[in-house]
Design a protein. Sequence first.
Length: 117
Amino acid sequence: QVQLVESGGGLVQAGGSLRLSCAASGNIFGFNTMGWYRQAPGKQRAMVAVITSTGNTDYPDSVKGRFTISRDNAKNTVYLEMNSLKPEDTAVYSCNFRIPLMNLDYWGQGTQVTVSS
């Protein structure tokens, strides 16, 4: 079992920045991925950024150049630096931890990010 504790989020004006953090604890081993997904009202959950335990990252075009994901493997913590925020970035952001080879998938409780225009 893996537990995820998220922090950060809140209300920010367009053009501003926010930083999200997610600390994982529990049975963490082997190759894994940590990432952030978001869900806006009336929309499906979508990937925002993912980073593997070996440091490879992936972003959708909508956030490339504005968001940066990083992780501290010693602390089992992933960070999401969000810059140049736009109103369309408003959503509930959830942390994800995944061990692909074992088909294990864990989610944080979610944190609200609201960008005002």
